[in-house]
Design a protein around this ligand. Sequence first.
Ligand code: HBI
Ligand code: FE
Length: 285
Amino acid sequence: MRPLPTVELHGKAGGYVPDRLDWTIPQDWDAYTPAEHKVWQTLYQRQIKQIKDRACADFMAGLDRLNIANEIPRFERLNDILHAATGWQIVAVPGLVPDEVFFEHLANRRFPAGQFIRTADQLDYLQEPDVFHDVFGHVPMLMHPVMADFIQAYGQGGLRAQGLGALEPLARLYWYTVEFGLVREGGEVRIFGAGILSSHSETPYALESPVPNRIMFDLERVMRTRYRIDDFQETYFVLPDLERLLHFTQEDFAPLYARIKAQAALAPGDVIAGDDVLHLSVPTF
Ligand code: HBI
Ligand code: FE
């Protein structure tokens, strides 16, 4: 028998043992306090200003249909809208869940969303995904059929990649698209990544700062590139269009994994021969 997985639960010391094998918990919407709803409203109002003219049109269209400006949304209400649009649902979880649990949910079009919300004195600092990151950041794009199919395929691919010992390259693809992806739209570069769009400071940084590299997306190159979880990204990758994500769901990654394993990983800020560089890092000291 495998031991039950444990994680550090948000705000609590010691290992957390889940009640249910899929790690879901009730959202318990009635238990949110007025102060918690106020944190949501503050985050929403700050972020709506930041993302105007920076988020891609599909994100804005998805967000518009959700009506989530005023309070932490009830997942039940969101699920009516989301399920009708793309067949996805969100389920509440206490925080990060083990990889295989995460993949299993995604493979079944369930998006695990943190149930808790950050506190008012931690608006910009987060160790684990909370309800604002997961719902504001991810759900608008899950309303889009391309992202809906891509994230499901990521869940299916994750389960397969675990068997092949290739989780790292696949996780990098997710990181540099779903979390921190940029996309060309008209003549401009826009944001679709949830990690950026749920962050007040990284939203302008990703598009306008001279510090990070911005490089056109190349699948193998991205899968070779390590990423930072403790700071702004050193490199953002730019998709030519969102539909490009669907190509990846049709590809057999096994030969790609084999090639990547045979090469050294790239550091987050590396620029290499063959990169189609839109902006080269200008470091500030
Ligand atoms: N759990 N709740 C949650 N949210 C995530 O984004 C998440 C996770 N567990 C694992 C995980 N992400 C990643 O490490 C995988 O994408 C590899
Ligand atoms: Fe996320």
